[in-house]
Design a protein around this ligand. Structure first.
Ligand code: NAP
Length: 282
């Protein structure tokens, strides 16, 4: 078999650390494979996906803003992709068919579940975009007894998520100005907004640390910087913290497994991602 090639398509995509992470994994396992980044505009998504398949790509990751659009191009969809209404991983089969998967869903769950208690979870989910949707999908599939409070500055967006998941999970909506109390009452608090992301590192979804406490698990999906203000306040208050890089690595490792049928070297992928982020952001 000749060289296998893979990639990530999005817009913008130049900042992605996925090529560094995936090529490090291919290299460590001695695979004759390469992973590239493709900047694709929204108007050319179908052309790009079909072209990649026709040219012999084995698989591709899909990132913002194309995760919803690619779903319609696939002959089959995994349960995660179907429920999330979005895909981040496509597999091109030998017969030319396209399978759509969503490894953000399992990747998020793998990144946080080892830290969680066994009881029915109370979750405070801050944000109502694509990442929040992946979190709700994972909870609906893997912990359907969870109670989730969605907190967003735009309550209409939170209510839309509530409506989409209400048959699978107990979802409530909290107004933005009431978020401290909802976060304080949670076993797990997740920041799924871009607040705190480099270079705006002073941003934070809480006004102070009073809602964080020992025994609570606090996660940020933002991974630049690795310890955001949200995570620092939580750590200083005694909570168990989980950074966002674990989700990135686990979604990549799950895509690797789908494409190659073997486990990915996740520890090495994390090291490669950290090195690429240091080089990118200084
Ligand atoms: P998105 O679809 O654009 O959603 C962003 C969410 O953040 C929206 O609810 C938005 O509210 C909210 N938001 C943005 N700025 C805010 C502010 N100043 N105050 C309050 N809310 C604010 O983006 P996404 O795909 O969900 O991604 C969200 C974050 O997660 C990003 O930082 C992304 O890098 C990260 N992420 C990480 C991973 C990972 O593997 N770790 C995976 C996916 C995403 P409005 O709708 O009102 O603007």
């Amino acid at each position: 078999m000749g060289k296998q090639w893979y990639g990530v398509m999005g817009d913008p995509v130049a900042h992605s650390v996925s090529p560094a992470m995936m090529n490090a994994a291919f290299g460590a396992l001695g695979l004759d494979a390469v992973y590239l980044a493709f900047c694709v505009s929204a108007s050319r998504v179908e052309e790009a996906v079909r072209g990649l398949g026709a040219l012999g790509a084995a698989g591709v990751n899909v990132t913002i803003p194309h995760k919803q659009a690619v779903l319609a191009l696939a002959a089959s969809q995994s349960a995660e992709a179907q429920l999330a209404g979005a895909a981040n991983t496509l597999v091109f089969t030998g017969e030319g068919a396209i399978e759509a998967h969503n490894t953000d869903v399992g990747g998020w769950w793998q990144s946080v579940s080892p830290s969680l208690p066994d009881c029915a979870l109370t979750v405070a989910l801050v944000g109502a975009g694509g990442a929040a949707r992946a979190v709700l999908t994972a909870l609906a599939l893997y912990r359907p007894d969870s109670r989730v409070c969605v907190i967003a500055r735009d309550a209409a967006k939170a209510r839309r998520l509530q409506a989409d998941f209400q048959n699978r999970l107990l979802v409530t909506v909290c107004l933005w100005h009431e978020r401290q109390a909802a976060i304080a009452a949670s076993h797990l608090a997740v920041n799924a907004t871009s607040l705190g992301m480099w270079p705006n590192t002073a941003g934070c979804a809480v006004t102070d640390a009073s809602c964080f406490h020992r025994g609570q698990v606090v996660q940020d999906l933002v991974y630049t910087p690795l310890e955001t203000r949200w995570l620092r306040l939580a750590r200083e208050a005694g909570a168990t913290t989980v950074d966002g890089l674990g989700m990135l690595v686990q979604q990549g490792a799950a895509a690797f497994q789908l494409w190659l049928g073997q486990s990915a070297p996740a520890t090495l992928m994390r090291e490669a991602a950290v090195a690429a982020l240091c080089e990118r952001d200084g």
